[in-house]
Design a protein around this ligand. Sequence first.
Ligand SMILES: [Zn+2]
Length: 262
Amino acid sequence: MRVEQLGEGEPEVAVVGGIHGDEPCGPAGIEAVLADPPEVSRPVKFVVANERALAAGTRYVDADLNRLFPGSAESDVHEERLAAELTAELEGCTVLALHSTQSYDDLFALVDDVTPLAREICPQLSVNAVVRTAGANEGRIFSAVPSTIEVECGYQGSSTAATNAAKVIREFLAATGVTDAASTTRTDPLPVFQLGEPIPKDAADSYEVFARNFEEVPEGEPIAAADGETVVADEPFHPVLLSPEGYEHVFGYTAEKIGVLD
Ligand SMILES: [Zn+2]
């Protein structure tokens, strides 16, 4: 784990990238901001989390870090130790954690709950949606550091995702008062979704998805298929993180629209 700091004193704001080693946008965004550092009025730390997985270009070395929080310092599992280290490093901080997906090319945020902090910061970020994970976040960073805002920056490995990551870091620094940069003004209300159940995926040779993320799927419509075997919506829902190959055992998740942030 690599930690860098801008400004003097103990930071209460942190930016984390590289929780997943096959998502280079976070570390690239952090590098871009550190290479052209802004004037800061509060200290901020930057953390590149899973350097071993990044070097290997894999999601993880032993197990998925974002399913292992709060972790254990004594574990034999690399990511379990790292989760404990990261939990200690981020204690007391408002955190931006950068990710990317195989499912969606635009930015969206995930939060534990729609707290006053999330309500204030999320509309100042270039995101299209906010996903509330409360009740479905076991082992995620939220279970150890609930004052985290995760942002999915676009497609894994794309240069757009890296550019988006740098942009959203600067917006987050403005929103948290680390910099005096003008905050982004939003014209459209920001929709909020509650994360629901995973959409199970059977082992198969080929996968397809038919639904679009954040767009309502009516009851009876096909969602996805494994070797031509179609999965149909048994009730209307909004898909989130839906992709053919993004996860081993699920296509993605169901979600329900629960409101908007102005
Ligand atoms: Zn990720």
